[in-house]
Design a protein around this ligand. Structure first.
Ligand code: ADP
Ligand code: ASP
Ligand code: MG
Length: 450
């Protein structure tokens, strides 16, 4: 069945924060009939509350307070809808289920229950947004994404089974698109045993890209709170400016290196199927946004600067490493066993420095004392927290003269902890102390983009 052309549209948390914001999103869907699938995040603030609820030591009193804050956020939206009573009933049912999970979690912590808890934000916002669509005359229908988004059981960072997703989506979703606009949840999936899983914080962008791929969509639109992808996070410097057009490769580097605007994996499915991605503001859709595609007109040496906070640097040191084979394999064996993925790596004669993304409140496996103890069986280990990774992103950076000089002369007063250059033609990245991160980005932005 061909429904061409069709778009998968994703709305982030701030776009769904209240009724006004949801109405703007509904209008975007209504104004362009190619929008057939809508992927929603939780309403702004809800997932953060759920993260707290999913942790170990939450008292009964705090649990009640959190559930009631979430209820207030959602009821504040439903009060504007004709189906308020029915929706509130549905939300209360979900919140009862949530409270049961949360009680169980407080008695006996379990990562599987953490994921179940985190999924409620998207479950609620999708029910509500389908009704908001109806209220503007669009035939919206909620679809539980867990019917198609089958994953493994790596709670907090579940891996999607692409083949199952493609088959299920074609079978269960495609027929619905003939006369409906489907509203479904980002961020969540389901493992083989029927347990709910999540794809990692900010994962709704990725869900939307996966669905676009599985359904053979022609476009993917990511609607957020900024008018596109900027030369750097506009919260860091007011001089940041929106980029009209950017290649898949450059945008993928930005996402990987921490530009929060897109979940790191978002562009992988889009690139596989060559699906152009649009990023714009649901608040100001008329201002346009950024188009991400395979071929672009200009490929400047410097395109943007990304910043990722809360990085951990681990240095492993062993004289036995000199001329010995297999040392690195052992180190990586330990990390793989604990499902830890290394971001950057540099080596010297007798030491190796590795960086890890280590965000607070993350539900994924973190670099814990067990890992460190196991590494210590092999070598001397130093762990440093409180670092930020800065990536300057562009084109042919590894073959352009003076790139390193321009960058490091600009920030000569700043202590740089580790540098990686050359592995990708699209970036040069390094670590600095967290406290100097914003200052470093600002200085670089002034020098490279003014
Ligand atoms: P959503 O809830 O819509 O997914 P996010 O908060 O996850 O939105 O991402 C949007 C935010 O990403 C922006 O408000 C901005 O502060 C941040 N951001 C970081 N880097 C960039 C960048 N290069 N361009 C635009 N926004 C960026
Ligand atoms: N609601 C989830 C989060 O806040 C997923 C998303 O917004 O993309 O991380
Ligand atoms: Mg996001």
């Amino acid at each position: 069945m061909s429904l061409l052309p069709f778009t998968v549209a994703k709305f982030g948390g701030t776009s769904l924060a209240d009724h006004q914001a949801m109405l703007r999103c509904a209008q975007i869907i209504k104004n362009d009939a190619s929008n057939k699938v809508v992927v929603v995040s939780a309403s702004s603030g809800v997932t953060n509350l759920l993260v707290r609820l999913s942790q170990k030591d939450v008292s009964q009193h705090e649990q009640l307070a959190i559930v009631s804050s979430i209820r207030a956020i959602q009821f504040n939206i439903t009060q504007h809808l004709a189906e308020e009573t029915q929706l509130n009933f549905q939300i209360d049912q979900l919140l009862n289920e949530l409270s049961e999970f949360s009680n169980a979690q407080s008695l006996n912590y379990c990562p599987r229950i953490a994921d179940a808890i985190l999924s409620f934000g998207e479950q609620m916002s999708s029910c509500i947004f389908a009704q908001v669509l109806k209220s503007v005359g669009v035939n919206g229908e909620m679809f539980d994404v867990r019917q198609v988004m089958k994953t493994n059981a790596l709670y907090g960072k579940a891996v999607v089974n692409l083949e199952l997703l493609a088959n299920n989506a074609q079978q269960l979703l495609t027929p619905l698109l003939v006369d409906k606009v489907i509203v479904t949840q980002g961020f969540i999936g389901q493992d083989e045993d029927g347990h709910t899983t999540t794809l990692g914080r900010g994962g709704s962008d990725y869900s939307a890209a996966l669905l676009a791929e599985a359904l053979h969509a022609d476009n993917l639109s990511i609607w957020t709170d900024v008018v596109g992808i900027f030369t750097t996070d506009p919260r860091i410097t007011e001089h940041a400016r929106a980029i009209k057009e950017i290649s898949f490769g450059e945008a993928a580097e930005m996402a990987t290196f921490g530009a929060k605007i897109l979940h790191p994996a978002t562009l992988i499915p889009a690139m596989r199927k060559n699906i152009p991605v649009f990023v714009g503001s649901s608040k100001e859709p008329e201002k346009g946004g950024t188009r991400i595609q395979q071929f672009v007109e200009s490929s400047p040496i410097y395109r943007s600067i990304a910043l990722r906070r809360e990085q951990t640097l681990v240095t492993v040191k062993s004289p036995a490493m000199l001329h010995a084979s297999g040392f690195l394999a052992q180190v990586f064996g330990i990390l793989a066993k604990h499902e830890l993925s290394v971001d950057l790596i540099t080596t010297s004669e007798i030491s190796v420095a590795l960086t890890f993304d280590n965000p607070t409140g993350s539900t994924q496996a973190l670099l814990n004392s067990t890992v460190v103890e196991e590494l210590e069986q092999l070598c001397e280990v130093t762990v440093e927290h409180g670092l930020s990774l800065i990536a300057v992103i562009g084109n042919k950076m590894h073959r352009s003269n003076g790139v390193g000089t321009s960058i490091f002369e600009t920030i000569s007063g700043i202590n740089v902890r580790m540098i990686c250059h050359g592995a990708s033609e699209h970036n040069l990245c390094f670590l600095v102390d967290e406290k100097q991160a914003n200052e470093t980005v600002e200085k670089l932005h002034n020098a490279l983009f003014s």
